[in-house]
Design a protein around this ligand. Structure first.
Ligand SMILES: *Cc1c(COP(=O)(O)O)cnc(C)c1O
Length: 359
């Protein structure tokens, strides 16, 4: 077997023990006589899986009892529309524009009402999180939206905006479960699973109960949070296999010491790479200071041909998917929970070697 170190931004690497367990159970799950993929989502066995996944997630994130956990489909991109459809009253929301995913959330909200951009870092290719001026917040906003971790640009919020009574909504697709997060500060947290939870196809929505049941007239049934909340995410067929893998990932996370344990390791991994980037004469990080993401780390040499050569040679050395997003260029190392510290060490060693050979 020759598994590589996979630095993909998503879908991304899964923990090897999870893949091994899934492969052991692929043909027959427990004593059910069938694969998880073949069983009814309303069977007793499957009930254990979906409830198990939810309970594990609740425990890991410390989700308060007055929050529902919904397992839905359509990715974070569908939530860009679901959030305004469910939360709009005055049909107005505030947004911080910190990148492509923020912009998409803004443009979907605009279809149903007013999206106010209270701050943006677009003028600097989103390489920082803008300082927020509370006097610019809309007093009549139905919610305040932030992208907690910016997958493409490598920034993250380290301080949450104080929005008072206005629900704070966040797209946490690329940082959910990467470190402790106070769920009670949010009205809605949503995340596509394919970065830090499990396979593509599953989307997790964590929502405060009082925000459910007030969708705009005309909201499609499948986009109404009430539909999924009232039916324990079993209104229709959920992504059954993806939820099963998510359950295994959550169990694996518990064994890593939960979000505290994995969070400490994530910080160590990120520190290791940033320390080298700050030290290197060839490579530099595109983000500086406190806003640096601990999940997605973009870096450049400053020369396009050299970047391309690096990506190509890294791949030959078993360090794959390091090409940066086209809007930033260069490289990006996505180091989600399953990336072991050995993978980051191997990357740093390879960078040193490359610098010696090409300096
Ligand atoms: C990947 C990503 C998305 C898109 O998610 P889909 O599940 O593909 O719709 C949205 N937001 C963030 C922050 C992401 O990283």
């Amino acid at each position: 077997m020759s598994r590589v170190y996979n630095f993909s931004p998503g879908p991304s690497a899964l923990p090897l023990p999870v893949l091994e367990k899934a492969s052991e159970e692929l043909v027959e799950y427990g004593a059910s006589g069938m694969s998880v993929m073949e069983m009814s989502h309303r069977s007793k066995v499957y009930d254990g899986i979906i409830k198990g996944a939810e309970n594990s997630l609740r425990k890991l994130m410390g989700i308060p009892d007055n929050y529902k956990v919904l397992f839905v489909q359509g990715g974070a991109s569908t939530q860009f529309a679901a959030v305004p459809l469910n939360l709009f009253r005055n049909k107005k929301a505030d947004f911080v524009n910190t990148g492509l995913w923020s912009k998409k959330a803004i443009s979907e909200a605009k279809k149903f009402g007013t999206a106010v951009v209270v701050a943006s870092s677009e003028e600097a290719v989103f390489n920082y999180i803008p300082k927020l001026d509370k006097s610019k917040f809309s007093a009549d906003a139905d919610y305040f939206h932030i992208t907690l971790n910016n997958t493409i640009y490598g920034t993250r919020f380290t301080e949450l905006p104080e929005t008072g009574e206005i629900p704070l909504v966040t797209d946490a697709s690329s940082c959910i479960l990467s470190e402790p997060l106070d769920v009670s500060k949010f009205g809605v947290i949503y995340a596509g699973a394919q970065k830090n939870i499990g396979p593509a196809g599953l989307t997790v929505v964590i929502i405060r109960e009082d925000l459910i049941g007030r969708a705009l007239p005309g909201t499609p049934t499948m986009l109404d949070y009430k539909t999924h909340a009232e039916n324990d995410s079993l209104y229709n067929t959920p992504p059954t296999f993806a939820i099963y893998i998510a359950m295994l990932v959550f169990e694996w996370l518990e064994k890593q010491g939960g979000v505290e344990g994995v969070g400490a390791l994530n910080r160590e991994k990120a520190d290791l790479l940033y320390a080298h980037l700050d030290d290197s004469k060839m490579f530099s990080a595109t983000v500086s200071g406190a806003d640096r993401s601990i999940m997605n780390i973009p870096f450049v040499t400053g020369k396009e041909e050299l970047d391309a050569k690096f990506v190509k040679e890294a791949e030959k050395a078993g360090l794959v998917n390091l090409k940066g997003h086209r809007s930033v260029g260069g490289m990006r190392a996505s180091i989600y929970n399953p990336m072991p510290i050995e993978g980051v060490r191997a990357l740093v060693e390879f960078m040193k070697e490359f610098e010696r050979g090409n300096g």
